[in-house]
Write a protein that binds this ligand. Structure first.
Ligand SMILES: Cc1cc2nc3c(=O)[nH]c(=O)nc-3n(C[C@H](O)[C@H](O)[C@H](O)COP(=O)(O)OP(=O)(O)OC[C@H]3O[C@@H](n4cnc5c(N)ncnc54)[C@H](O)[C@@H]3O)c2cc1C
Length: 376
């Protein structure tokens, strides 16, 4: 039986970064992925993901984000291609609502340069927006996006160079503790390792049934439209945004990588699901939910629909990540940093999970928010 220092179960956004972080530390590591790398059935596809330093979700994320920016730049150098694009970012909402207040709190607590704009000011600076007067925006210049599919391949390739093994098309059917290590079974064979890191994304509840009620997959849909005035949505002319509007929370990007203005809505139609049975087709109601927001807030992007694609969030009740040891087994650790905002952290999560696997925990960061016990 093949034996490793660490096996990583699931090689998506977090798993590819974890395999790389472990390989950098000279460990014999095996990543097992049930589909192909950068496939479109998990949570990391759809070209890119927003990265931002101002963090309305909680100021505790900011130190991790600063390090994430450094690690994305390092990976770019290693991969020899761009992965991180800085466009500026805006957090939009009612002036006293959670989006603007949370974003400001993170800026003030961590001394981040920022500007507070009225709706008119945002519409003037970025004319792709048509914001009503009752909303305001926090502008933070470091916002941008990471090429998520490309970055999974870059992490895997960099890990390969360092001797890691990554196997595609190997669904982990079961795993079990064996002495102080673990035994992992796939259709192709059995593997042994001293440590197991579970980065199974929306399948985390299958890999660790104790988490199935804490990390709940949810169907999402992204839209790409053909703008009526594409120049207003080009990088440089348009930032990444998160917008808490009357209809819910929209997020979007300047045009990049594939044609079209890309936008999504958090929790879309509030459809809890399982990734193996999720409806991956899209319908007129999916389109309506997204186009309503585009028509109202981005009328110059409201041309024909180019594409609609499904994706998966995995939500914890408080929408903070899970980064912790398995509740009963010290040789197993778990990263479920999804809830719709995890991708940007992937290289930091990789390092954290390498710490869990090799040192039994991570003392570099304050991770109290992400402990299993912190989730109600
Ligand atoms: C529509 C959408 C928009 C988002 N926008 C943003 C954003 O702008 N910014 C941001 O930071 N985050 C965003 N997120 C969240 C972010 O994309 C996720 O946090 C991140 O992709 C999660 O990565 P992951 O590694 O946990 O999951 P995945 O990348 O899905 O990886 C999990 C992998 O595990 C594999 N796997 C599972 N079970 C097994 C098994 N038994 N055997 C073998 N392999 C297995 C899966 O096949 C999969 O490849 C968004 C998410 C969605 C869906």
């Amino acid at each position: 039986m093949n034996s490793y220092d660490v096996i990583v179960l699931g090689v998506g956004g977090m798993g590819s970064a974890t395999v790389y972080a472990l390989a950098r530390r000279g460990r014999r590591v095996l990543g097992l992925e049930q589909f192909s790398l950068a496939h479109d059935r998990g949570s990391s596809h759809g070209v890119n993901r927003i990265i931002r330093l101002a963090y309305a979700e909680h100021p505790a994320y900011v130190p991790l984000l600063r390090h994430a920016y450094e690690l994305w730049r390092e990976l770019e150098e290693r991969a020899g291609g761009r992965l991180l694009f800085i466009t500026g970012g805006v957090d939009v909402g009612a002036p006293d609502g959670p989006m603007v207040a949370g974003s400001l709190l993170s800026c003030r607590e961590h001394n981040l340069s920022h500007e507070v704009w009225s709706a008119d000011e945002l519409n003037r600076r970025f004319p792709g927006f048509r914001l009503p007067r009752d909303l305001a925006a926090v502008y933070q210049a470091d916002g941008g996006f990471v090429m998520s599919e490309r970055a999974i391949l870059a992490h895997a390739a960099a890990a390969h160079e360092l001797g890691a093994e990554v196997r595609e098309g190997e669904h982990v059917q079961s795993w079990a503790p064996e002495g102080s290590g673990v035994r992992v079974r796939t259709a192709s064979g059995e593997y042994r390792a001293d440590r197991l890191v579970i980065t199974a994304g929306a399948w985390v509840g299958d890999a660790v049934p104790a988490l199935s009620r804490l990390a709940v997959p949810e169907r999402q849909v992204l839209i790409w439209t053909q703008p009526l005035r594409p120049e207003l949505f080009a990088p440089g002319a348009f930032p990444v945004f998160n917008m808490e509007a009357a209809e819910g929370r929209y997020y979007g990007f300047p045009i990049y990588g594939v044609p079209g203005f890309k936008m999504g809505k958090y929790h879309h139609r509030c459809e809890q699901t399982h990734p193996d049975t999720m409806n991956r087709e899209t319908d007129a109601e999916d389109e309506r939910v997204l186009r309503d927001g585009i028509a109202r807030y981005f009328p110059d992007a409201n041309g024909p629909t180019l594409a609609l694609k499904t994706c998966l969030f995995t939500n914890t009740p408080n929408e903070h990540f899970i980064l912790d040891r398995h509740p009963e087994l010290e040789q197993v650790s778990i990263a479920s940093p999804c809830s719709g905002h995890g991708y940007k952290f992937a290289p930091v999560v990789g390092e954290i999970m390498a710490d869990f696997a090799l040192e039994g925990g991570c003392t570099k960061w304050d991770l109290r928010l992400f402990r299993l016990g912190a989730h109600p």
